[in-house]
Every structure is written in structure tokens, then in C-alpha cells.
Design a protein around this ligand. Structure first.
Ligand SMILES: Nc1ncnc2c1ncn2[C@@H]1O[C@H](COP(=O)(O)OP(=O)(O)OP(=O)(O)O)[C@@H](O)[C@H]1O
Ligand SMILES: [Mg+2]
Length: 176
């Protein structure tokens, strides 16, 4: 999985990351979990795109989102992963996110279900990673389900100490 040691040491080299390839890798890795949990899985590449980033951190972020769809997506219906030129979307057909908690799901340790599953760090970590790539995470409800979108600037200006800041973020996160 993620080489946390490498990130801790600040030896993160941003490189060109093909979002379609990244999404394909994650879906291949996680589809068996989704099938076992009762979902159908769809994967689509809707336009090729490369961004500047750390492939392992981005993979970890996307895996968290997919794990959320699996854990919170109602255990039926379709989990769909689509990648575009500078974005990746993960949707499910579960209950979606209630309006009253929508603003708080990115807070560290926020969990709606206090059933002992997970540490509640998922979306907080995802947002940190995506922001360090100059991007944004949004989650919206569809009827039914939730759709989580990671979007990145098309041309990211070479950004100062970003890899070092990323290393510090990763340092504070325990491996799952
Ligand atoms: N696809 C989704 N559908 C419905 N609710 C969701 C979805 N994704 C996230 N949530 C809600 O947002 C909350 C925060 O998500 P987050 O990933 O940060 O924590 P978690 O999944 O509960 O725990 P962890 O990721 O640490 O295992 C979840 O507890 C859940 O209530
Ligand atoms: Mg989660």
C-alpha cells in the first residue's frame, strides 16, 4: 500500500498522474470488496487526463472514497467510478448524506454512525490530500445515493513546499 515512510521523510516527488489509470487500479483492487458487500460496480473513463501529484496519496484518497461508498452505500445497487480529464467521481445508490450533517462530514473524527466502524478520519484525510494537490472534494446527494467528486486544476503551477506539507499530513495519519 502507501509507503508512509517515504512520505514521512518528505521524499515525495510530484509526478504526472494519469487519472484514468489511477481509477482503474483502485477499482481493480476494490471491486471484490464491493461485490462481496452486495454491489454492482461500473467503471468508465470519460476523457483522458494527467495531473501533477503523488500517485500513492491520490490512490489512498480514492480508496477512502470508494470504501465510503461500500460502507455507507446501502449494500445494494450500483457503485460507479468515472474519471475525466481532471476529475474522478464515485457514486452509490444508498441513503445519501442527510442535509443536517453535510457540512460536518469533513471534520476530523466526525462519524454519523457511532457503531465502532472506522476512525472518522476518512474524508478529512481525503480533503487534505486533494487540497495539497490544488483540488477540491465535494459530496452531493442524488436520488438515490451520494456522489463524491474529486476535481483538480488542469494545469497546476509548480507549488513550493507542497510535497513537504503533504508529508506532514501523511505523518499524522495512521495506516488503515
Ligand atoms: N457515500 C456515502 N453515503 C452516505 N454517507 C456517507 C458517504 N460517505 C460518507 N458518508 C458519511 O460521512 C461520514 C464521514 O465519512 P468518513 O469517511 O470521514 O468517516 P467514516 O467512513 O465513518 O470512517 P472511516 O473513513 O474512518 O472508516 C460517514 O460516517 C458517513 O456518515
Ligand atoms: Mg470513510
Amino acid at each position: 500500500m502507501l509507503d508512509l515512510q517515504r512520505l514521512k521523510q518528505g521524499k515525495v516527488q510530484f509526478s504526472k498522474v494519469d487519472l484514468g489509470q489511477l481509477a482503474r487500479k483502485v477499482i481493480i483492487e476494490m471491486a471484490p470488496l464491493a461485490f462481496a458487500a452486495g454491489y454492482t460496480v461500473q467503471f468508465e473513463v470519460d476523457g483522458a487526463g494527467e495531473i501533477d501529484g503523488d500517485p500513492l496519496a491520490l490512490q489512498r484518497a480514492l480508496m477512502n472514497i470508494l470504501q465510503n461508498a461500500i460502507n455507507h452505500g446501502g449494500r445494494k445497487g450500483i457503485i460507479s467510478l468515472t474519471s475525466g480529464c481532471n476529475w474522478i467521481e464515485v457514486s452509490d445508490e444508498g441513503p445519501g448524506i442527510p442535509a443536517d450533517v453535510r457540512d460536518r462530514i469533513f471534520e476530523p473524527f466526525f462519524k454519523r454512525h457511532h457503531d465502532g466502524r472506522g476512525a472518522g478520519l476518512g474524508l478529512n484525510l481525503v480533503r487534505d490530500i486533494i487540497r495539497l494537490h490544488g483540488g477540491e472534494v465535494t459530496i452531493d446527494n442524488r436520488n438515490p445515493g451520494a456522489v463524491c467528486r474529486l476535481s483538480f486544476p488542469l494545469e497546476r503551477a509548480a507549488g513550493g513546499d507542497t510535497p513537504q506539507r503533504l508529508a506532514r499530513v501523511m505523518d499524522s495519519i495512521a495506516s488503515p
